[in-house]
Write a protein that binds this ligand. Structure first.
Ligand code: SF4
Length: 217
């Protein structure tokens, strides 16, 4: 497995490749980000960003979701996969924010994960991006890259990936690391077609070596 020192070098290199790594889900309030992350489950950020301008302008305030019939929210997000479930989550989580959290998106992991449709990943994104709390959200890119780069074992659970990254990366760098690994996974070490031929980590990446050998064979 990658040592802390080696991981620091890897992250420095990724930072050079993607100096502008950031949250790509468009939002202007914590509520909008919670909703955008809920919508992004099994769906690309690009598609979410196509749908949210209409949704957010139709429902600019928390109260607007409370008053809206479920079918109208479904209609506003119907281009997104699993839109019926996601509309239900939006309705339920806005009701909980209004009734249990005084109308404000909570700012702790403990409370965020009480919201319907919100798990650790969403909570970590919101904590880090909206509230400046150091956090590493493990999505599909972070998980894949962490395993390919041997930051953690291939059979590690999502929670184990998160814990390993938190152990190996200094706390002040957690949030940035999350964005760096997402950008590296989204734009370079893609799931189906990673760019191993132009990868600075091909010398030690087992997966990359296997793929490069297969290309030469
Ligand atoms: S060598 Fe290939 S699989 Fe390995 S990290 Fe680079 S792009 Fe990803």
């Amino acid at each position: 497995m990658l040592t802390k020192t080696k991981l620091r070098d890897v992250l420095t290199q990724i930072d050079k490749m993607f100096p502008n790594a950031h949250c790509e889900l468009n939002h202007s309030t914590p509520l909008e980000l919670v909703i955008a992350v809920v919508l992004s489950a099994q769906c690309t950020d690009v598609l979410v960003n196509k749908v949210t301008p209409g949704l957010f302008s139709k429902y600019p305030k928390l109260e607007d979701y409370l008053e809206a019939p479920l079918e109208n929210i479904e209609e506003a997000i119907r281009k997104i996969g699993l839109f019926r479930n996601k509309a239900k989550f939006i309705k339920q989580l806005t009701e909980m924010i209004a009734h249990d959290f005084g109308g404000n998106v909570p700012s702790t992991m403990e409370d965020l994960i009480k919201l319907p449709g919100v798990g650790r990943k969403t909570a970590n994104v919101v904590l880090s991006v909206c509230f400046g709390v150091p956090a590493i959200a493990v999505d599909t890119h972070v998980e894949r890259v962490s395993k390919r780069l041997q930051i953690c074992p291939k059979n590690a659970s999502v929670l184990e990936v998160e814990k390993t990254l938190m152990k190996k990366v200094p706390k002040q760098d957690w949030s940035k690391t999350h964005h760096l690994l997402i950008f590296f996974g989204r734009y370079h070490c893609k799931a189906q077609n990673p760019n191993c031929t132009e990868c600075p980590f091909a010398d030690f990446c087992k997966e990359g070596n296997q793929r490069l050998k297969a290309v030469k064979a």
